[in-house]
Write a protein that binds this ligand. Structure first.
Ligand code: SAM
Length: 227
C-alpha cells in the first residue's frame, strides 16, 4: 500500500535508532534523504540497501512531486533527515501535507530529536514548552528574543555555535542575569555537555571558552521560574 514514512534517525549516537525504524527502512522502496552521503553512513551500518534520492530545503518543492509519483505508483517511500525527526527544523512538512492532501497513508516512526532530548536533560520545567526552532538571523530577531524572555513557559531554541554568545547577550539584555537557562551541546555524542544555571553565570562561562563548536540547543525557563 502506498505509504509515506517519516522516520526519526540519531542526533549523534548511531545506536539511537529504533528496531522499527530499521525494519521500515528495509521495507520501503525509496529513501528520501536530506543528504544522501550523510545518510549512507547510517544505512550502511544497518545493512540497509535501498535506492535513495536527495530531499533538502533547496529541492523540497520539486521533490514533493517525485514523492507523490512514487506513492501514486503504489510504492512506499521514507523520508529521513541528517539528524532527528524530519520536519522538525528540517524538510518534511511539505511532503507530509501533500501526501495527506492526496489521500495517501502517512506513518511517522518516532525516535530522537534535539528539542525533547535537550528539554529532558535541562532540569527546567518541561510540562509545557514552546519550540522556537532557529530564530530568523536578522528580520525580527530582537523582537522574537524579547518575546521569548516574556514567555511564562519554557522556550527551546536551536542556535548555531557562532551565534550563541550574541544570542545569550540579547537574552540577558531583556531577561536579566537571574533567568534560568540550559545549554545542551553535542547531545548523545562523545563531548556531550549540559550546562545549566542562571543566565549571568552561564553567559560568563561560555564567554570564557576559547571556541564553541558542535550543535547546541538553548532552553530558557519561563519568566516566573525560580528555584
Ligand atoms: N531534525 C532535528 C531534530 O529532530 O531535532 C533538528 C535538525 S536542525 C537542522 C539541527 C539543529 O538541531 C542543530 O543546529 C542544533 O540546534 C540541534 N541539534 C541537532 N543535533 C543535536 C545534538 N546532538 N546536540 C545538540 N543539538 C542538536
Amino acid at each position: 500500500m502506498s505509504t509515506l514514512y517519516i522516520i526519526a534517525t540519531p542526533i549523534g549516537n548511531l545506536d539511537d535508532i529504533t528496531q522499527r525504524a530499521i525494519d521500515t527502512l528495509k521495507e520501503v522502496d525509496f529513501v528520501a534523504c536530506e543528504d544522501t552521503r550523510t545518510s549512507s553512513v547510517l544505512l550502511q551500518r544497518y545493512q540497509i540497501s535501498k535506492p535513495t534520492f536527495s530531499f533538502h530545503q533547496h529541492n523540497e518543492h520539486h521533490k514533493v512531486e517525485h514523492i507523490l509519483n512514487i506513492l501514486g505508483g503504489g510504492q512506499k517511500v521514507a523520508i529521513i533527515s541528517d539528524a532527528g525527526m524530519p520536519g522538525i527544523s528540517d524538510p518534511g512538512f511539505l511532503a507530509v501535507r501533500a501526501a495527506h492532501q492526496n489521500g495517501y497513508q502517512v506513518i511517522a516512526i518516532p525516535g530522537p530529536d534535539a528539542v525533547t532530548t535537550a528539554l529532558a536533560s535541562s532540569g527546567l520545567p518541561c510540562d509545557r514548552f514552546v519550540f522556537e526552532g532557529f530564530l530568523s538571523p536578522k528580520k525580527g530577531r530582537q523582537t522574537r528574543v524579547k518575546e521569548i524572555t516574556e514567555s511564562a513557559i519554557t522556550c527551546v531554541v536551536y542556535e548555531s555555535p557562532h551565534k550563541l554568545i550574541r544570542f545569550l547577550e540579547m537574552l540577558h539584555e531583556f531577561a536579566g542575569e537571574k533567568r534560568w537557562v540550559c545549554i545542551a551541546r553535542e547531545l548523545t555524542k562523545k563531548f556531550e555537555e549540559v550546562d545549566r544555571g542562571r543566565l549571568g553565570e552561564v553567559l560568563d562561562r561560555w564567554k570564557e571558552k576559547p571556541s564553541i563548536k558542535g550543535e547546541l540547543v538553548v532552553v530558557i525557563a519561563g519568566k516566573e521560574y525560580d528555584e
